[in-house]
Design a protein around this ligand. Structure first.
Ligand code: FA5
Ligand code: MG
Length: 389
């Protein structure tokens, strides 16, 4: 029924997430150890990845099918682990260095100084290893303060894959343990790409390439001549295995960005659409069907507004984007720096262009002027910036 397909969650102040009860007041507080806005709280518990008719759920199920049919050892599956995790789980347990930028309040949503909204599904690697799992998939919503454009959203979904090998697996191969795991990882991911994209590779010439990123290996998909990063992966650091009861093993891990993969698979042009309740979006997808291509309903005109100011020491683009999203929600399509210069006194001026566009209707001039007026006011008040006229 139509009702079943709606996924706006009712306004609630207590949620149960993966068996943990969470009150709104514990997650959104006006205190300096907390930077979670209302808009993020309202996404908790939506669980798009557990809806079989939603593109994220369809993709999750298709990946499950690949792992169920192609491997002799069963992968244990988790898709309901609580997204509130400790700083230790999110960062320390996966050996993120103490001074890494991802730990900052600028990049991560902190519930308090020791608790975050997980920024990746890797947050669950260590506990699952300690519980004795050796082959597992973890799917869940993850949260990041980030820029605004068609492939970035502050809530998205990842699937973590993890596989442990024992000496009797790599020894007969003649390869060293690390090379054996690396080969196996590559085979596994290329097999997954074939499982998901077989028809597309033939029909649309979509391409996958293996690249070395700053921190890990990764895969990127070619979408209309632009390469889009869809996953990170690698042979697990030995220290993680050693600390969690597997000193004599090796393992590989990957973290897939499900929205990005679904955008390529279903031809979905904008990441905001995953959160849309518009029938014209929702009704195009069907449980178990991977071959569907999204047919965009008419694209409404964008409206651009520019805003310039001298930045201060605390200015960051993520803070600016958070303020803009707080006012405009999903009506903001992109925020881009279009001019940047430093004068002789060392003061730096930025000009940002905000693109407003609804996915569902035409916006009126009045509506956009109101939004822009509110954005300007909040930028001045919350970020302490003085705007040029
Ligand atoms: C990670 O999160 C690593 N934990 C992945 C990993 C797991 C590496 C295991 C090695 C071993 P990264 O930050 O690159 O890596 O994010 C992984 C994917 O999430 C990206 O490739 C991208 O597809 C997706 N992603 C990242 N930020 C966003 C965003 N703001 N909106 C949508 N998708 C995003
Ligand atoms: Mg990133």
């Amino acid at each position: 029924t139509t009702d079943k397909r709606k996924w706006r969650r009712p306004v609630v102040s207590i949620l149960e997430l993966g068996g943990v009860k969470i009150a709104k007041d514990d997650v959104v507080r006006d205190d300096p150890t907390n930077n979670v806005p209302d808009t993020i709280f309202s996404k908790l518990g939506m669980q798009l990845h557990r809806r079989n008719q939603h593109p994220i759920g369809i993709l999750k199920n298709a990946i499950y099918e690949y792992f169920d049919t192609n491997f002799s050892s069963k992968f244990d599956k988790f898709d309901d682990l609580c997204p509130l995790v400790s700083v230790k789980q999110n960062f320390d347990d996966v050996l993120v260095p103490a001074d890494h930028v991802s730990r900052s309040y600028n990049d991560t949503y902190y519930v308090d100084s020791q608790t975050v909204l997980r920024c990746h599904t890797s947050a669950h690697q260590a506990e699952l290893l300690r519980e004795g799992h050796t082959h597992f998939l973890v799917t869940g919503d993850v949260y990041r303060r980030d820029s605004i454009d068609s492939t970035h959203y502050p809530v998205f979904h990842q699937m973590e894959g993890f596989r442990v090998f024992s000496p009797d697996e790599w020894e007969p191969s003649g390869l060293d343990a690390t090379s054996y795991a690396a080969e196996d990882l590559k085979k596994c991911l290329e097999g997954l790409a074939r499982h998901l994209f077989e028809g597309d590779i033939v029909k649309f010439g979509k391409q996958l390439k293996y690249v070395h990123h700053f921190e890990y290996l990764g895969y990127e998909f070619n979408v209309k001549e632009n390469w889009l990063e869809v996953l990170g992966c690698g042979v697990t650091e030995q220290e993680i295995l050693r600390r969690n009861g597997r000193p004599d093993n090796v393992a590989w891990a990957f973290g897939l960005g499900l929205e990005r993969l679904a955008m390529v698979l279903f031809d979905i042009p904008d990441i905001r659409l995953f959160w849309s309740n518009d029938e014209r979006f929702i009704s195009q997808f069907c449980s178990g069907q991977l071959g569907i291509k999204f047919k965009p309903f008419s694209k409404y005109p964008p409206c651009y507004k520019d805003m310039s100011f001298w930045i201060n020491e605390s200015f960051t683009e993520n803070n600016l984007c958070e303020v803009i999203r707080g006012v405009a929600g999903d009506l903001v399509e992109e925020v881009s720096l279009i001019d940047n210069f430093t004068n002789k006194k060392g003061m730096t001026s930025h000009c940002y262009r905000i693109a407003y566009r609804s996915m569902e209707r035409s916006l009126t001039d009045e509506e956009i002027n109101d939004l822009q007026w509110n954005v300007r006011e909040q930028v001045q008040n919350k970020l302490n910036l003085v705007l040029d006229e």
